[in-house]
Design a binder for this molecule. Structure first.
Ligand code: KG4
Ligand code: ZN
Length: 322
């Protein structure tokens, strides 16, 4: 089995994955959302301290199975360096004490592997990654990631979080804004769709966020209507840019991953778009959209088979900018 550890942001998670079958044997996660909610976003120092207590607590569940663990996989980049270091320190200690190799895991590649939990890999694959840190379209081929489009400013998850904060709805914003949007009218406010007139293969969400702020200041529409109209504009923006890629890339399989891929409006819109372009849409189960160790373990299995191990002294945490 592979023991995997995830601590790139505000989820402490540990999993065990069987190497021969990709089967998820154990998966535990302690989310810190409630702890950060009062601050309207993740406080890195607090997150780091909470990992320091949560990770050892979950590791105890793994103890009866330690004899079967062949390697330890840990998220090393990108993420918040102070929180990544908690998982990395634990992984190094486990590697030394059990005398097993260490596998460094890229968080974005791990999100792609949320699609393959208890399944075979799909390759080649076009992927829309929408999370709190990233908004990207990636071509995943022969196990390598090629970036086709990225955001010029905020990410999708971040824009939901910021809108929720402006409307005083709490953190994390994605699920709350989605709930409010269900009760609102998406046509109540016509927000500008970012970069809609531009041929650029890129995303941008900070202008839309500012448009939402101005609309809130006008005090003319309900929170529900603002959420629905905002979510509608984000979805249109994602679809417009994805269409451009669909027109030029014939890859049959397309997937959406990352925390914001749990959004039902976005999922449904892509179901229609994929039908139109004759693509097969792949989505991870909702529990594996947000950060988790199961996806880390699934990628760990692939890297274990390739013997892609790292030296302890070479593993460091890399922050979001890297
Ligand atoms: O992948 P993830 O757990 O962490 C990062 O790698 O960033 O994504 C978290 C982000 C948060 O910004 C959260 O608000 C957003 O995903 N999110 C959503 C939804 N659920 C989570 N955004 C839109 N709609 C949702 N239902
Ligand atoms: Zn993530």
């Amino acid at each position: 089995m592979i023991l995997s550890i995830e601590s790139s942001c505000d989820d402490s998670s540990i999993a065990l994955t069987e190497i021969a079958t990709n089967k998820l044997i154990l998966h535990k996660k302690i989310s810190q959302e409630n702890d950060h909610s009062a601050y309207g976003g993740v406080v890195p120092e607090l997150a780091s301290r909470l990992h320091a207590t949560a990770l050892p607590k979950i590791l105890e569940d793994v103890l009866p199975l330690t004899a079967q663990i062949k390697a330890v996989a840990v998220t090393t980049d990108p993420g918040l360096s102070v929180t990544l270091l908690e998982g990395i320190a634990m992984a190094k200690a486990v590697s030394i004490s059990l005398d097993i190799p260490l596998i460094a895991i890229n968080h974005l590649q791990a999100h792609i592997h949320s699609l393959f939990i208890e399944k075979q890999q799909i390759d080649p694959l076009l992927v829309l990654l929408i999370s709190g840190g990233h908004t990207q379209i990636i071509k995943y081929q022969n196990g390598a990631m090629k970036l086709l489009a990225t955001t010029l400013d905020d990410s999708v998850g971040e824009s939901f979080d910021k809108v929720a904060k402006m409307l005083d709805l709490g953190y994390p914003g994605g699920p709350i804004v989605e709930e409010y949007a269900k009760r609102g009218d998406k046509d109540a406010v016509t927000f500008p769709v970012p970069l809609s007139g531009s041929p650029k293969l890129a995303f941008s969400l900070s202008g839309l966020k500012n448009a939402v702020r101005l609309e809130i200041e006008k005090n003319q529409n309900s929170k529900e209507d603002i959420c629905a109209s905002f979510q509608h504009a984000v979805t249109k923006h994602l679809l417009q840019k994805s269409k451009k890629i669909f027109k030029s890339d014939a890859t049959k399989d397309f997937a959406i991953v990352g925390g914001a891929s749990a959004n039902q409006t976005i999922r449904q819109a892509y179901e229609e778009l994929c039908k139109q372009y004759n693509k097969t849409l792949h989505l991870a189960p909702l529990e594996f959209c947000s950060d988790n160790a199961a996806m880390v373990g699934r990628l760990g299995v692939e890297k274990y088979k390739q013997k892609a191990f790292s030296k302890l002294e070479d593993i460091d945490a890399n922050d979001r900018s890297s």
